[in-house]
Ligand binder design. Sequence first.
Ligand code: GLY
Length: 375
Amino acid sequence: MINLSCEDKRFVEETWQKLKAKLEVTTVKSRNKIPYSTKDGVHNDQADPEKGFIYLWTNGFWAGLNNLMYAETKNEDFLKTAKASEVHLDRIFKNVFRMDHDVGFLWHLSSSALYRLTGSEESLNRALLAAMTLSARYNPDGNFIRVWDNGRDGWTIVDCLMNINLLYFATEKFKDNRFKSIAMRYADMAMRDHVREDGSIYHIVEHALDKPDTVLSYPQGQGYSPESCWTRGQGWTVYGFILSYIHTGKVEYLETAKKTGRYFIEQVKKTGYLPLVDFKAPETPVYYDSTAGAIVSCGLIEIYKATGDEYYLEGALNILKAMEKVWVNYTLEEDSILQMGSESYRKGIHMPIIYGDFFFVEAILKLLNSDFLIW
Ligand code: GLY
């Protein structure tokens, strides 16, 4: 239970009412779409029947956002949209080469959540098929989950700390510890190879395919350079480790979430709690990434819930309040909520991205004491 000051409570309740009013409209308008961003204020569509289905790792977030909203409001409109979105994703099952590590983002937020909310056996089947695919990507010789193929076979990324939550779910459903064991090997690897002494992270690490626990190099990722610190990656790390702690109880994961969370808070203080794209990039140009702030806020709130340490709650509230003031769009005529997301340091700067909306809403729901943990 989170007890907020009167001022913070007012902020959370007012923000929630405005988000709900907007999403009640957007969920109907974009029911049959899979949005990624917007064009002229209107959601684009990765499942546009004219253009054909466009595969993106983000295609589960619209279902996920509607599942979050349904869990809190029980408004059937949200459920209808989540179900419509889930059916679009079935197309990916037909192309096994699209089934990389991101099956976690795709099906944990859509089908696994729909199963938990409605008991649908069809949704459970989809989620477990995805989990089996993810576990099959485990390389026992190198001791890591292979994220991509085609020349990037030995790469691991911090982002995948979020995908492994699907494996914790599968362990519970199958009553089979193998899934959890693979997930924990990944989290252990990330603690050892991705997290630096100062609490910042390497986005990508290349591992030997045929020798266990062997780092070969640090390839360029979505940040400024391999040695810098991509902010969204830092957010994935904080939220990923606290979730692994919640699912396993392993105290080292909690400690790593705290260490990386502290690094995020101390860096973002320097820019008025508005996150830059990269914490270790040159001072100019100044690029922001709101999605990183939304993701880390979810993680920081969960750290607070696990430890009772106000430092993390304050960090989340400062980030959310700073971003809400300048980057949140409540206009009913436009579809996106959180502005100023950035795909990476070099591409797609300052745009609305669907996962920014997802995590912003998720963070506000946590502060409202919603008890549905979608991950
Ligand atoms: N998982 C890819 C990204 O965060 O952009």
